[in-house]
Write a protein that binds this ligand. Structure first.
Ligand code: FES
Length: 356
């Protein structure tokens, strides 16, 4: 049987896997309040600066020396600004300017910070105090007074009595944010139907898969098992709206062992000998899903850690994303290049209001 030095209680009972509490319930390894003795405050230990006048003097000296050091740092920074002016087209001058001003400001901040901490710890009044916790709930009197105030306000304003005024006020408050919501439409595309725009990408039947950013077409024979490539559609770099298009059409291309892939009915022809292509745009809020774990075949979105399982058609296995990454159906053309069989079969990226 173990003996607790602090409380003086035998602790064998609390070591057992189950303990009967005073209420007759099983407490398991729970600490029972009656077993815990408040050890109270540890004895107050005086600081060396409280008992030794010499140490106190030394601490005072250290504090004001550090403040003086800070002043010197500030002056040094100003002097450095004048001594090392920035010259147009001279990177060395710029480097020296930032270096010495930085050293001066660092000294100034370091001196103030260290002096303040040292002052507080070694010289300021050394008193320990206890702040008792108080209940969050107000007293009965306070609560009654609050109810009184509400009732009085209701009576004086006639809010409960004048129902027509009250209801029209609620209507006005509900209608007030509507113009703001409607104005959001101005943030979307002006001349095109946003639903149509968001539903399609520039991929189409026969578009070659090319490397991002060079635009070099990719052959199936170049893709080894375990590799991953960032892909854009052929011709993207020549388009004026390439950034908008890339934000929807970016793709990740991976090759796995074909036997590892779980392919659902209807998608049998969407991959080529273990090579699969998935949208790189996260279905959560649209970050690029750029991390591929080769061993586990997981794709990871760095923004909020949504994780997609490539083996199971990029279903979500972790994180806030709600839908799998859309798959781009691919095949190989007569020259051995990888090409798209069609556009994605569903909109890419985050959900939007008319997404099927
Ligand atoms: S955008 Fe990918 S997890 Fe949030």
């Amino acid at each position: 049987m173990a003996h607790d030095e602090v409380s003086g209680h035998d602790t064998a009972a609390s070591d057992s896997s189950a303990v009967e509490t005073t209420r007759g319930t099983t407490a398991g390894t729970t600490v029972i309040a009656s077993d815990v003795v408040n050890p109270g405050e540890p004895p107050h230990r005086k600081r060396v600066t409280d008992v030794d006048p010499k140490a106190n003097k030394t601490a005072q000296r250290s504090v004001y020396t550090l403040f003086y050091l800070s002043i010197a740092g500030s002056v040094f920074a100003v002097a450095a600004y004048m001594a090392f002016p920035i010259e147009d087209g001279d990177p060395t001058a710029l480097r020296l300017n930032t270096l010495f001003i930085g050293i001066g400001i660092a000294l100034a901040l370091f001196g103030i910070g260290l002096a303040a901490v040292h002052w507080g710890k070694a010289l300021m009044y050394d008193k320990e105090g206890i702040d008792e916790r108080h209940p969050v709930r107000g007293t009965d009197a306070t609560r009654e007074r609050a109810v009184e105030i509400f009732e009085q306000a209701d009576k004086e304003s006639g809010f409960g009595r004048r129902t027509l005024i009250r209801n029209s006020l609620i209507g006005a408050l509900v209608a007030f944010p509507l113009p703001g919501l409607v104005l959001f439409r101005g943030l979307g595309p002006q001349n095109e139907d946003p639903v149509e725009l968001l539903s399609h990408t520039m991929w189409q039947k026969g578009s070659r898969l090319t490397l991002d950013p060079t635009g070099i077409p990719v052959k199936a024979a170049d893709i080894t098992i375990g590799s991953v490539f960032h892909i854009i559609p052929e011709g993207l770099n020549e388009r004026e709206d390439r950034l908008e298009q890339k934000a929807k059409a970016a793709v990740l291309l991976m090759r796995l062992n074909p036997d590892d892939l779980n392919i659902s009915p209807g998608r049998e022809g969407w991959s080529y000998d273990g090579i699969v292509a998935y949208s790189k745009i996260c279905t959560h809020v649209g970050c690029p899903v750029a991390l591929y774990e080769q061993q586990t075949h997981h794709l990871l979105c760095p923004c909020h850690q949504s994780t997609f399982d490539v083996v199971n058609e990029c279903e979500v296995i972790f994180g806030p994303a709600k839908r799998p990454l859309p798959q781009l159906p691919i095949e190989v053309d007569s020259e051995g290049y990888l090409v798209a069989k069609s556009d994605f079969n569903e909109p890419v990226g985050p959900s939007f209001w008319e997404r099927p």
